[in-house]
Design a protein around this ligand. Structure first.
Ligand code: SF4
Length: 361
C-alpha cells in the first residue's frame, strides 16, 4: 500500500511565499580576509568548530575545512558533532541541523549564524497535525526524515536521512512493520518503490528539488550525449527516472568521482559543486534544469535558507554567543532515541556490509 496525506494548499502557498522572500546576504566583499582571520581567532578562543552542509556557500565550506571543521550531509554532520571534542558547535546549515546537534550534544553550546534559516520540509510538517495523524494509525512505525523539527522527531520511532532511508525501511519491512513516512513526498515515494514497504507518505516537499523538470532534463541530456545524470531523491519521480545515480549528497559526490562520464548533470542544490569539483576535478558540472526556464522558478537549484548563512553572521555569533540553539529537555530526551537508533543502525549496517555479513536484526 502507498497512501498519501496531503499538505493543505494554504500551507504550501505560505511556505513558497516565505522561501521567495528570504533575504540573501551579499557575497563576501573586500574585507573578507580580515573577517576570516577574526573568525579563525574566535574559533580557537571559544573552543569551537564549524560543521557546514554541502549546500552552503563555497567560502563557508572552505573555511570549515581550513579550520579543522567538517563539510558533509546531515547524517555525517550529526556524527561529526557527536564525536568532536569542541565545546561549541557552529552549525552552518539550517535549523533542524542545529537542533539535531543539540539533541545529541546537550552539554555543548550549539550556535547558528541565522535562526531563521529553516527548511520547507520542516515547515510542511507541523507537530500537532502530524502527531494527531500518527495517533490515528497506532499500528504503524513512524519514520521521519532528518529534515524535521525536534518535536516531530520526538514523536517518531525512527529518524532517517537520504543516505539510509531505503536500508532502514527495508529493515522494518523485513520485520513485518507498516510505516508512516514524513515529510518528503518524493523521497517517500522513492523509498516505497525501492522497498515495496506498506507506507503512508506525508506530502511535504523541498522547494529546491521539487522544481527540477524532466522534459527539460531530457533535452539537456540530448544536447550532452554521454553525460551522466545524478539525482537527489527529493526530486520528482519523472526526474528520478532519468537518473544514472540516485542518492544522498555524499553518494552523488562519490558518483561524480567514480563516473566515467566527463559531463555530469546534477539535480540537487548547486552548493554541492564545491565538493564535486574537489572530488572530480576537470569534469564539467551542469545544473539540472528547474522551473527557471518558466516563470515559476523561485529557487533555481539553490536553497534560500542555506544561502542565509554568511561570514558576517558567523563572526557575530562567535563574538556575542547569539543564536544559541535550545531544545526543551523533555522533547530532547524523546527525540534522541530515534536519532541514536538511526546512527547505531547505520554504523552496524556499514560494518556488516564491509564484512559482507547479514544485516543485524
Ligand atoms: S534544500 Fe530543500 S530539503 Fe534542503 S534545507 Fe533547503 S528546503 Fe530543506
Amino acid at each position: 500500500m502507498n497512501k498519501a496525506v496531503d499538505v493543505p494548499l494554504k500551507l504550501r502557498e505560505s511556505i513558497i511565499d516565505l522561501a521567495e522572500h528570504v533575504e540573501r546576504p551579499a557575497p563576501p566583499g573586500a574585507d573578507t580576509e580580515k573577517l576570516v582571520s577574526r573568525i579563525k581567532a574566535l574559533l580557537k578562543q571559544q573552543n569551537a568548530v564549524i560543521i557546514a552542509h554541502y549546500y552552503t556557500e563555497e567560502h563557508l565550506q572552505v573555511l570549515a575545512d581550513e579550520t579543522g571543521g567538517h563539510v558533509a550531509d546531515s547524517l555525517s554532520m550529526a556524527d561529526f558533532g557527536n564525536r568532536h571534542p569542541a565545546t561549541t558547535l557552529v552549525i552552518v546549515g539550517v535549523k533542524f541541523m542545529g537542533e539535531t546537534a543539540k539533541i545529541l550534544n546537550p552539554e555543548k553550546r550549539v550556535l547558528m549564524p541565522d535562526l531563521d534559516a529553516t527548511c520547507s520540509l520542516d515547515l510542511a510538517c507541523p507537530v500537532e497535525e502530524f502527531s494527531a495523524f500518527c495517533d490515528e494509525h497506532p499500528d504503524r512505525k513512524v519514520v521521519v526524515y532528518a529534515n524535521t523539527s525536534a518535536a516531530v522527531k520526538a514523536r517518531a520511532d525512527w529518524v532517517v536521512t537520504s543516505s539510509n532511508a531505503v536500508d532502514i525501511v527495508n529493515h522494518l519491512k523485513e520485520k513485518g512493520e507498516k510505516i508512516i513516512f514524513a515529510p518528503d513526498k518524493h523521497l517517500g515515494h522513492y523509498v516505497q518503490q525501492q522497498t515495496g514497504a506498506d507506507m503512508i507518505n506525508w506530502q511535504g516537499f523541498c522547494v529546491v528539488h521539487d522544481e527540477f523538470r524532466a522534459q527539460e532534463l531530457k533535452e539537456l541530456k540530448e544536447k550532452n550525449p554521454g553525460a551522466a545524470v545524478l539525482v537527489h531523491p527529493e526530486s520528482p519521480e519523472d526526474v528520478i527516472e532519468l537518473a544514472d545515480v540516485v542518492g544522498s549528497t555524499t553518494k552523488l559526490i562519490n558518483a561524480a568521482r567514480d563516473s566515467k562520464a566527463d559531463t555530469l548533470i546534477v539535480a540537487t542544490d548547486y552548493g554541492i559543486f564545491h565538493k564535486m569539483k574537489e572530488a572530480a576535478p576537470g569534469k564539467k558540472l551542469l545544473v539540472a534544469p528547474t522551473g527557471g526556464i518558466s516563470p515559476t522558478c523561485t529557487m533555481c537549484a539553490h536553497c534560500p535558507w542555506m544561502a542565509m548563512n554568511s561570514l558576517e553572521k558567523l563572526a557575530h555569533v562567535l563574538e556575542t554567543g547569539a543564536n544559541e540553539i535550545h531544545v526543551d529537555e523533555d522533547i530532547r530526551k524523546k527525540a534522541v532515541v530515534p536519532i541514536q537508533r538511526m546512527l547505531e543502525f547505520s554504523n552496524q549496517f556499514k560494518q556488516a556490509k564491509n564484512k559482507q555479513q547479514p544485516v543485524p536484526a
